[in-house]
Design a protein around this ligand. Structure first.
Ligand SMILES: NC(=O)c1ccc[n+]([C@@H]2O[C@H](COP(=O)([O-])OP(=O)(O)OC[C@H]3O[C@@H](n4cnc5c(N)ncnc54)[C@H](OP(=O)(O)O)[C@@H]3O)[C@@H](O)[C@H]2O)c1
Length: 492
């Protein structure tokens, strides 16, 4: 067992107490996310013996799929997308309890049929079962699904019992502040907040959770984590890929909505929040909201012009590996001004971070796939101790790598061997690969947490509102900006 597994703090972050008997109902079960992530995640939880002994999986969608065929689709998805090979014994435990209900998302009668289907499972089992609804459809049908979960009584099932209904909602959560508030109202009309799990799968990533451990379970980092030592913070979420076949979706979304409002803001919150009083979900989420409140939104045009930039990729690469420009991608308007890159300078107006800029940048078709949080420390006083060498060096930095190779690097100056005091940058590296244990996929973690009722890694209603409040003015400013969008070549 790795040392970190014994650490009491880490134990608090992975409370794998058993889940009650559960039926997971996936809305949009014929879709891409179900095949690529959700079914493989359920399967891998089965491999790790983390599913409840009485576990049922129900697919729901408009496409008519017989139960047998849905099971075949599920096996194919596991073979193709699971991080571990199909183990026939594990699948044999899940398959008999896997079924499918066909119906529209705005059809109350179909939801009544779904309720009867769950009744029948419960009757066969002879005890109450927790329904966990996973809404994995395009956002246009989130609201009808939620309303019908209310109208059919499914949302209030076993309320007041440990087996009460829960709902997981996929991103995007609204397309601006107003629509996010409306979606929250629709949810809160049928579910209590403690039943709601708004997903940001980034929070399911090992290193993102490790940010909390590094900060609060070690005594060496936290004393440095403030304006006295940190010059600035850089948070980068860079993708090598373009929009691929998702051009139609991306045209409606753009980089600001797709990456900044959710994943990037979550990274900012976890990086900069105050230590929570406990590892209780509400204590952590309270601190995240406090931090998001401390970020000054760029409300004035001059502030936006100075503090936010956008760009769109054009054709690039090499002759052998030529990449299309964004406007040439399928489903994209040839005159589109949708941004595929955003960088922003955020200011956190609190005691700890006053005067320390937080730079966030994210985009598609950048030179590398990389997600990291870098704390850049102040330069040491420029004393004439090491003439001619130290001045040109990059300052010390602590870099938390979220992907592709999860780990941590500490960059500092070291003496080059020899007769002079020549200083060169060196780094100490920790890689997650040094653990024997494999990191689970982010979706495994979030589904497991919803099963056991731990909302720590999900977004609370007020958190969503706060991060939209930061992004909204920039979005509105850019949507009214008639100047051509700045362009960058793919892979630069
Ligand atoms: N795919 C990803 O990598 C990914 C990553 C992060 C988040 N998400 C989010 O997860 C959710 C699902 O993503 P997805 O890629 O699986 O979506 P999808 O394949 O486009 O849609 C999922 C299912 O929803 C139904 N559907 C599609 N369009 C619909 C429409 N206009 N009206 C009603 N039903 C419709 C379809 O099922 P039926 O026709 O059978 O009803 C479809 O199979 C989305 O909210 C997405 O933003 C996806």
């Amino acid at each position: 067992m790795a040392d970190s597994q014994r650490h009491p703090f880490l134990h608090g972050l992975s409370k794998h107490r058993g889940a009650p008997p559960t039926v997971v109902v996936i809305f949009g079960a014929s879709g891409d996310l179900t095949a690529r992530k959700l079914i493989p995640a359920v399967y891998n939880l089965g491999v790790d013996n983390l599913l409840p002994a009485d576990f049922f999986l129900v697919g729901y969608g408009r496409t008519e799929i017989p139960d047998d065929e849905f099971r075949t689709v599920a096996v194919d998805a596991i073979k193709k997308f699971s991080r571990r090979e199909l183990d026939a014994d594990v699948w044999k435990r899940i398959a008999p309890n896997t079924s499918y209900v066909a119906g529209a998302y705005d059809d109350k009668a179909a939801f009544d049929r779904l309720a009867q289907h769950i009744d029948a499972i419960e009757k066969k089992l002879g005890r109450d079962i927790q329904p966990l609804f996973y809404i994995s459809t395009p956002p246009s049908v989130f609201a009808p699904i939620l309303r019908n979960l209310g109208a059919s009584g499914l949302a209030a099932r076993h309320l007041g019992q440990p087996t009460h209904s829960k709902v997981i909602i996929e991103k995007p959560f609204g397309h601006d502040l107003k629509s996010a508030q409306e979606l929250n109202q629709t949810i809160q009309a049928v579910f209590e907040e403690r039943q709601v799990y708004r997903i940001d799968h980034y929070l399911g990533k090992e290193t993102v959770q490790d940010l909390l451990v590094q900060r609060f379970a070690n005594s060496i980092f936290e004393p440095l984590w403030n304006r006295n030592f940190v010059d600035h913070v850089q948070i980068t979420v860079a993708e090598e890929v373009g929009v691929g076949t998702r051009g139609g979706y991306y045209e409606q979304s753009g980089c600001l909505r797709d990456m900044i409002q959710n994943h990037t803001m979550q990274l900012v919150a976890l990086t900069a929040m105050e230590p929570p009083g406990s590892l209780d979900a509400e204590a952590i989420r309270d601190e995240k909201v406090k931090l998001l409140r401390a970020i000054r939104p760029l409300d004035q045009e001059a502030e936006i012009a100075a503090g936010a930039v956008r760009g769109q990729y054009t054709r690039g690469g090499t002759r052998a590996d030529l990449m299309s420009g964004y406007r040439e991608e399928p489903g994209v308007d040839p005159l589109s001004s949708t941004e595929t890159f955003v960088a922003m300078r955020l200011e956190v107006g609190n005691w700890r971070w006053n005067g320390v800029p937080v730079y966030v940048r994210t985009g598609k078709r950048l030179p590398a796939r990389l997600t990291e949080v870098a704390m850049q420390f102040h330069r040491p006083p420029q004393l004439p101790l090491f003439p001619g060498t130290a001045e040109g060096l990059e300052p010390d930095a602590l870099i938390v790598r979220v992907q592709p190779d999860e780990g941590l690097s500490l960059r500092f100056g070291a003496k080059v061997p020899g007769h002079t005091f020549r200083v060169q940058k060196a780094s100490m590296d920790f890689s997650y690969e040094s653990f024997e244990e494999q990191s689970p996929d982010a979706y495994e973690r979030v589904i497991l947490d919803a099963l056991i009722g731990d909302p720590t890694l999900f977004i609370r209603a007020d958190e969503v509102g706060r991060s939209w409040r930061i992004v909204d003015p920039v979005m509105h400013y850019w949507s009214g900006d008639r100047r051509p969008i700045p362009l960058y070549q793919a892979a630069t």
